[in-house]
Design a protein around this ligand. Structure first.
Ligand code: UGA
Length: 435
């Protein structure tokens, strides 16, 4: 099939690239000329394992093209994906201005029987508005479907290629048939493609993210209780997870959820409910717990030093909101850095991918951006860990001891075994466990 994918952010670029890898003829369209020029050389503006190679291979083999002009590709497209960003606005609701701009741009070029698919995460009812807006602009009833994306940053290609399910919101059999045909190669392992109304499909996306965010806030609340009552959240988590109705996934306590999706989607769902005169009590609590949790290390550090931070040297491991990404949007590390900067601490940081993004934000307020993990603990009063990158999981503690001035570790991701830490002689503070 011939596809146009509008927007080359995480979702658009992964969608376009993967569909081209499956043999479709795909053109990715983005307003940013520099980005488009870079993509043609396999330069992708984000870090996502495997994506650059896949972009380059499919571009060189002619299945994947890039342009800034809708007019170059949309007139030929059987399917047009809208995959632009829907950031949080000041009110907490999703800002849909990019979506409406795309609708205007594509309307004059759409083939009579083209299928327009909204991939962006959009509030319930948006699909219906896209349908009526296109009707107004084209004078006909276009095929418009909803097909939310469930991929995770850091494992985006695998998540796209091996989905647990594909959710589609459709209005007619023709749209259903086209989406079934397009996704057939992804469903070889008997995973389902589910058809429902566009409204149900849009709500499924928000509800899935909000449910996962709820699990995280729940376990974090239990972790904080564990610390107070002398329980170990890791034992509690495992004890709970063996109940098949609960399961193990998304029950890791830590510094709360960050990134571009959960925080924004929980707030968008809250905002939607409020505009409909509902009381989104659970959603509000999930967000509230998360905002509090993100500052866990700040509270622990502040309590340990009695607020006397000035002049102390802090080694920071991990800046990205999670491993395998350079994304620092809503990353808990930012809260800690902000606090340490305000308190006039000396800061050394390490992250395998996210340092450039942090440098753009904090510049020389951070004393040293270290390429080597161990350089970030040289002479420090303590080490604070924000992200569970694999390279932090089994450090050489003997070397750490010789490098660090004081043997103190604040671990926001529970990377180390408590008994091991007692043996090494570090003062060790983690989440939901004794210290
Ligand atoms: C999330 C969803 O997992 C995807 O299914 C969805 O498609 C995506 O949002 C989206 O809407 O675009 P993502 O934000 O990339 O994906 O990352 P996750 O792996 O879900 O992690 C989100 C946050 O939750 C991270 O800050 C992570 O550290 C935190 N987390 C995750 C925990 O604190 N505990 C856990 O047990 C799991």
């Amino acid at each position: 099939m011939k596809l146009s994918v509008i927007g080359t952010g995480y979702v658009g670029l992964v969608t376009g690239t993967c569909f081209s890898d499956l043999g479709n003829d795909v053109t990715c369209i983005d307003v940013n000329q520099a980005k488009v020029d870079g993509l043609k050389k396999g330069i992708i503006p984000i870090y996502e394992p495997g994506l650059s190679e896949l972009v380059l291979r499919n571009y060189e083999e002619g299945r994947l093209k890039f342009t800034t002009k809708a007019s170059e590709a949309v007139p030929e497209a059987d399917v047009v994906y809208i995959a632009v960003g829907t950031p949080q606005s000041d009110t907490g609701a999703a800002d849909l201005s990019a979506v409406w701009k795309v609708v205007e741009d594509i309307a004059p070029h759409l083939k009579e029987d083209a299928l327009v698919v909204v991939k962006s995460t959009v509030p319930v009812g948006t699909n219906a508005k896209v349908f009526s807006q296109l009707k107004e602009l084209t004078g006909r009833e276009c095929n418009v479907a909803s097909n939310p994306e469930f991929l995770k940053e850091g494992s985006a290609i695998d998540d796209f290629m091996y989905p647990d399910r594909v959710v589609c919101g459709v209005r007619n059999k023709k749209s259903e048939d086209m989406l079934r045909q397009l996704h057939a190669p992804l469903l070889r392992t008997a995973k389902p493609i589910l058809f429902m109304s566009p409204e149900s499909s849009e709500l499924t996306k928000y509800a899935a993210n909000a449910m996962l965010a709820t699990k995280i806030s729940f376990i974090n609340e239990i972790a904080n209780l564990s610390e107070k009552v002398g329980a170990d959240i890791n034992d509690v988590r495992v004890g709970m997870g063996h109940d098949q109705r609960i399961g193990f996934q998304f029950l890791f306590p830590g510094l709360g959820y960050g990134g571009s999706c959960f925080p924004k989607d929980v707030r968008a769902l809250t905002s939607l409910s409020e505009t409909l005169d509902l009381e989104p009590r659970i959603m509000r609590a999930v967000d509230d717990v998360n905002v509090h949790q993100r500052a866990s290390l700040v509270r622990k550090i502040d309590a340990y030093y009695g607020g006397k931070i000035a002049g102390k040297t802090f080694g920071i491991w991990g800046l990205a909101f999670k491993p395998k990404t350079d994304d620092i949007r809503e990353a808990p590390a930012l809260d800690l850095l902000q606090y340490l900067v305000e308190k006039e601490a000396k800061i050394l940081v390490h992250d395998p991918e996210a340092m450039e993004n942090v440098q753009a934000m904090f510049g020389d307020k951070i004393h040293k951006y270290c390429e080597n993990v161990m350089d970030a603990v040289e002479g420090v009063d303590c080490l604070a860990i924000n992200t569970e990158w694999n390279e932090y999981r089994t450090p050489d503690f003997a070397q750490l001891k010789t490098k660090m001035k004081e043997k103190v570790i604040f671990d926001g991701r529970n990377l180390f075994d408590l008994e091991d830490m007692e043996k090494t002689g570090f003062s060790y503070f983690s989440i939901g466990r004794r210290s």
